[in-house]
Structure formats: structure tokens, C-alpha cells
Design a protein around this ligand. Structure first.
Ligand SMILES: [Zn+2]
Length: 227
């Protein structure tokens, strides 16, 4: 079997013209990265080609169905990397410029197994933040995704009595609705004998992580949430 000359990176509806045959008005295209003879990616973002599914199938020597499946899997992996990047930024961007001990407390609090291994929290935080920002800035299969602290949204987190998360709710922009939500959340927390916390994060999943990490650097997470 011959090695395909392309690697499928994902699928996008941002590009609707096939880069192979020029057909327009496609619902979506497959993002393809050229590969060298050894199967290594050969190129940068600018070398990514967008082919319709039929042309991608012809270029790879695959069936239409195999291309569609591979593109879906690749895109799901991209989405997962994005979600992870949003968690990293939500957790570490608020302490990025905090004193070393605060950064270390958050990092080792999240990565207990790395304590005393020689992995330096400050270097690691800088590294994972840079990677996360690059992930969200990648435009291979769509526009760049929000990644700054200014892009954080606020979430109300309701904890149970056992300090596990009962619910995460996006805080509405409307003031009356916000008040209504705060009242309802306080009531629910009371029923659960739990508590309420407001955190800021890039998405609801990341908000959960921030809620569990919050106490490790209270003032920095509060600052990010403007509370
Ligand atoms: Zn085509």
C-alpha cells in the first residue's frame, strides 16, 4: 500500500471551494497537510490545502467514507485540544504574573505527581500557556478562538455539601437576570447545605477546574472574575 501524500487535519465549513478542482459552494472541505516520503508533515499552516471530500478521496486513494470518518476523528481531536487549551489558560493565565510561590501552588496543586521531580512550575506554566495559546490561535479549520483573560466569561458554580460541583451556570449579561440567577443559586446551595462560587473561565468545562483550584490562589482567580 502506498503512503498517502497527505494527512487529514480536520474539516471546516470556512472554506467552501475545493483547492484541487476549484468546485465552489461546497458544504465543507477537508483540511490536508502535505507529507514527505517518511510520513512527516511537510509544511506550515500556509501549506494546508482544502479539498472537497471527493478530491480528497482521490488524492489519498481512499473511499469517500474513509475520508469522511478520518476527517471527523481529526476534527474531534482538534476540538479536544481546544478544550484542553481553554482549561490551561483559564487555570494558569490568572497567575501568569503572580509571585513564583503562587504559580507553584497552583501548578503543583493540579499536578501533584510532578512535585519534587525537578519539573519547574514557573517554566512549565509558561510552556503550557504558550502551547495553549498557539492551539487556540491555529486557524487550520476555522477562525482563531478566544484565549485572553479579557475573553473569560463568568460562571456561577454551586457546590454540594461534600464540595463536589452540583452545577455550573453561565452568568447572564443582563443585570436583572444576573440577580435572579444569584438568588436562585444561593437558594439551591442552601438546600444542598453547599456553597456558591463565581469564577471566570474560557468555557463551562474550564470553569469547573477553576472552581476546584480557586482556593490555591484566591486573589488572582477573584481578580480574573472581577469579584
Ligand atoms: Zn475538487
Amino acid at each position: 500500500m502506498r503512503t498517502p501524500k497527505w494527512k487529514i487535519l480536520g474539516v471546516t465549513d470556512d472554506f467552501t471551494e475545493c483547492g484541487c478542482c476549484g468546485r465552489r459552494g461546497l458544504k465543507r472541505t477537508v483540511a490536508l497537510m502535505p507529507m514527505d516520503a517518511d510520513g512527516n508533515e511537510e509544511g506550515t499552516a500556509e501549506d494546508v490545502a482544502y479539498y472537497g471530500t471527493s478530491c480528497a478521496a482521490a488524492a489519498l486513494g481512499w473511499t469517500h467514507g474513509k475520508v469522511t470518518d478520518a476527517a471527523r476523528v481529526a476534527q474531534a481531536e482538534r476540538d479536544q485540544r481546544d478544550a484542553y487549551a481553554r482549561r490551561v489558560i483559564s487555570l494558569y493565565a490568572p497567575v501568569e504574573f503572580a509571585p513564583v510561590r503562587d504559580r507553584a501552588r497552583v501548578f503543583y496543586g493540579r499536578n501533584g505527581s510532578l512535585r519534587d521531580t525537578g519539573v519547574k512550575a514557573t517554566e512549565e506554566v509558561a510552556k503550557v500557556l504558550a502551547e495553549a495559546r498557539a492551539t487556540l490561535a491555529d486557524t487550520t479549520t476555522g477562525p482563531a478562538r478566544p484565549s485572553r483573560i479579557e475573553d473569560f466569561r463568568r460562571y456561577v458554580v454551586i457546590f454540594t455539601r461534600e464540595r463536589s460541583i452540583h452545577r455550573v451556570l453561565r452568568v447572564p449579561d443582563d443585570k436583572d437576570k444576573r440577580q435572579e440567577q444569584a438568588t436562585a443559586a444561593a437558594r439551591r446551595a442552601e438546600e444542598l447545605a453547599g456553597s456558591v462560587l463565581v469564577v471566570a473561565a474560557l468555557d463551562g468545562e474550564a470553569a469547573r477546574d477553576v472552581a476546584y483550584t480557586h482556593e490555591l490562589a484566591l486573589e488572582y482567580f477573584r481578580q480574573a472574575a472581577h469579584v
